[in-house]
Design a protein around this ligand. Structure first.
Ligand SMILES: Cc1ncc(COP(=O)(O)O)c(C=O)c1O
Length: 304
């Protein structure tokens, strides 16, 4: 089955969807994107799209910031997404990439006086990081401050920061980067939020520390509270707390819940998957695959 796309108001194989060389967003990063997972449930022969509406609500927030007038409603985008995955016929874990973008074929850096459009495609995609070990390094690149660029929405141009940090981490022998804020507090990974376990509680950097407020982050906070009775404290986190926390893990749509085994060459806990991380991983995977009836409202089935 080919990966499938919705492009210029039509469904088509991904390989048929092409953008012109002068398309504005390609030159100036003037697009807003999402990453949505569809999770395969083999017993029910179903793909469940996770928290579809919340992803599109965040996309719309990004569009407001970037002055992109998206020619669809949230409900229409949800329907298009279900349709594009259904048309792909894929029967495995998938990843949907919706993009709202400045579509004019015109040069000149600006947001005004340009046309806007939307596309989405689906591809098969397994886990982004190892589910048992992840060696992280604190990056020499800092997370952009909201006073320089809108770090709380998923603007494509901003991801040059994540790309620099990720490649620096890999070239230094790590699996993932942890970025600090401009004033040296822990912000997040290159494409993930970060949690620490301190004194039996979850601690995570607050939204005002230039994080992307992840949908997985919000999911984990809810599951920890409702299913395990564990509170999450959203507060500034110092770099050295990364070295003393009992457990640390990363969360993200692509990443799921991935334990951090080492930070800056210091083991986290005993270097294995921590107890609380393990419990949250199990809860999270059941929820996203539509195996937990209580949270089935977060899962949109693709196949009739
Ligand atoms: C920079 C950044 N932080 C955090 C996240 C996690 O967000 P979510 O859980 O909504 O995927 C992502 C991924 O979207 C990201 O790109």
């Amino acid at each position: 089955m080919p990966p499938y796309a919705y492009f210029k108001k039509k469904y088509m194989p991904l390989s048929d969807a092409k953008l012109g060389l002068m398309t504005h967003c390609l030159h100036y990063g003037t697009a807003v994107f999402e990453g949505i997972r569809g999770n395969w449930n083999s017993a029910r022969k179903q793909i469940y799209l996770f928290r579809l509406k919340e992803h599109y609500e965040r996309l719309f927030n990004g569009c407001r910031v970037m002055k992109i007038a998206i020619p669809y409603s949230v409900d229409e985008l949800c329907r298009i997404t279900v349709e594009v995955v259904a048309k792909s016929g894929l029967k495995e874990d998938v990843y949907v990439r919706p993009v709202a973008y400045k579509s004019s074929e015109a040069l000149g850096v600006r947001l005004h006086g340009l046309e806007d459009d939307f596309f989405a495609f689906v591809i098969p995609w397994g886990p982004y990081l190892d589910m048992e070990t992840c060696r992280c390094g604190v990056s020499s690149w800092r997370r952009p401050d909201n006073s320089s660029a809108p770090s709380q929405v998923k603007v494509t141009g901003l991801y040059v920061n994540s790309a620099l940090a990720k490649t620096e981490a890999i070239e230094n022998g790590f699996d993932e980067a942890i970025l600090l804020t401009q004033d040296g507090h822990v912000s997040e990974g290159s494409g993930e939020n970060i949690f620490l376990v301190i004194d039996g509680k979850l601690v995570t950097p607050p939204t005002y520390h230039n994080i992307l407020n992840g949908i997985t982050r919000q999911t984990v906070i809810t599951l920890a509270k409702q299913e395990l009775g564990i509170e999450t404290i959203e507060r500034p986190v110092d770099r050295s707390e990364l070295y003393t926390a009992r457990e640390c893990f990363l969360t993200g749509t692509a990443t799921h819940v991935a334990p951090i085994s080492e930070i800056d060459h210091r083991k986290v806990g005993n270097g294995g998957v921590g107890e609380l991380t393990k419990k949250l991983q199990k809860l999270y995977f059941d929820v996203i695959r539509g195996k937990n009836a209580k949270y089935i409202g977060w899962c949109t089935p693709v196949y009739k």
